[in-house]
Design a protein around this ligand. Structure first.
Ligand code: RIB
Ligand code: CA
Length: 310
């Protein structure tokens, strides 16, 4: 039975591949796509979601635009990695996939109410939409199967030495999600930095030879250049699709049950996910945290998804 999923994202090069994987694999039933401000403004991330759906032939999956800013303070964007468009590299035609008339939180509410079974939420951007949903609709908790998010880290951050981008972009929202009592799975940088798109991976995608494969190759090339220039990475980590890959093959990411606290006030550490892997705080575990990944299996899933939709 396919897992009903709503992908909440901020496309974003790696979000694009999460979208393709979620749409392509039969183990996932993609009920909808909600967008949020993150890598770029929500106007741009929404346009990019529509562009990806158009290019990948993803039809009949609603795209609903979400929050334009975090719950508190001003937002941050990542043009150094994803460019001014949020999806720099390829050229895109006009998207033919429309934007839903509802905002993201309304779409999430409606879909959770209408779907006959609990839905898995897969956030791959800041958690602003998800936190707003949880605050506004506690009566819907029973309609949420689990939350499998890309964000945080058991170690260092990437936007500050302590904080990963998605969490730093809206720490209060992340705190609401981790404190919700819902089943949360956190796939962070400590795992995603092992899932880098090496030249061999890029060559596998390019060799598919389809229009979508060419688009994905251009995305990986642009994304790789940015990661090399900004972080000195020889190859770019493809963070977001790990969430969907874990749903498809739970063994692909090794998880441990641990307490995760989100730092909200630290001068130098705001947005950090403080993961108590050794149980020294005595706090109750509130998340399943990724600690390892089967990298070859991951790339097989990603390449097969591009092949399937290409
Ligand atoms: O830190 C990596 C995360 O931030 C990824 O989801 C990327 O798309 C950005 O949103
Ligand atoms: Ca993202």
């Amino acid at each position: 039975m396919a897992i009903p999923v709503i992908l909440d994202c901020d496309p974003g090069h790696d979000d694009a591949f999460a979208l393709v994987l979620a749409a392509a694999h039969p183990a996932v039933r993609l009920l909808g796509i909600t967008t949020v401000a993150g890598n770029q403004t929500v106007e741009k991330t929404t346009l990019n979601a529509r562009r990806i759906c158009t290019a990948a032939g993803i039809r009949g999956v609603p795209v609903a635009a979400g929050l334009s800013r975090p719950l508190h303070g001003a937002g941050i964007v990542a043009p150094d990695i994803h460019g001014e468009s949020g999806l720099d590299g390829p050229g895109f035609g006009e998207p033919t996939v429309p934007v839903d008339e509802r905002d993201a939180v309304t779409f999430l509410r409606d879909t959770l109410l209408a779907h006959p079974e609990p839905v898995t939420l897969v956030p791959t951007g800041p958690l602003s939409n998800i936190a707003t949903l949880l605050l506004a609709h506690p009566e819907l908790y029973g309609r949420i199967e689990r939350i499998v998010l890309m964000g945080g880290s058991t170690g260092r951050g990437n936007r500050t030495p302590a904080a990963e981008f998605n969490i730093l972009a809206d720490p209060e929202a992340a705190d609401i999600v981790f404190s919700s009592g819902l089943p949360v799975t956190m796939i962070g940088l400590n795992v995603s930095h092992r899932a880098v798109a090496t030249p061999d991976v890029v060559a596998r995608v390019a060799a598919l030879g389809t229009p979508l494969a060419r688009l994905c190759t251009e995305l990986l090339t642009s994304y790789g250049t940015a990661y090399r220039e900004v972080f000195g990475f020889p190859a770019p980590p493809l963070h977001d699709p790990l969430t969907v890959a874990h749903l498809i093959d739970p063994a692909l990411v090794t998880l441990v049950h641990a307490p995760v606290a989100v730092e909200l006030t630290g001068t130098h550490t705001r947005g950090a996910t403080v993961v108590d892997l050794d149980g020294v705080t005595g706090a109750p575990p509130n998340a399943h945290v990724g600690v390892d990944v089967d990298v070859p299996a991951y790339w097989d899933l990603v390449v097969d998804a591009v092949r399937t939709l290409g």
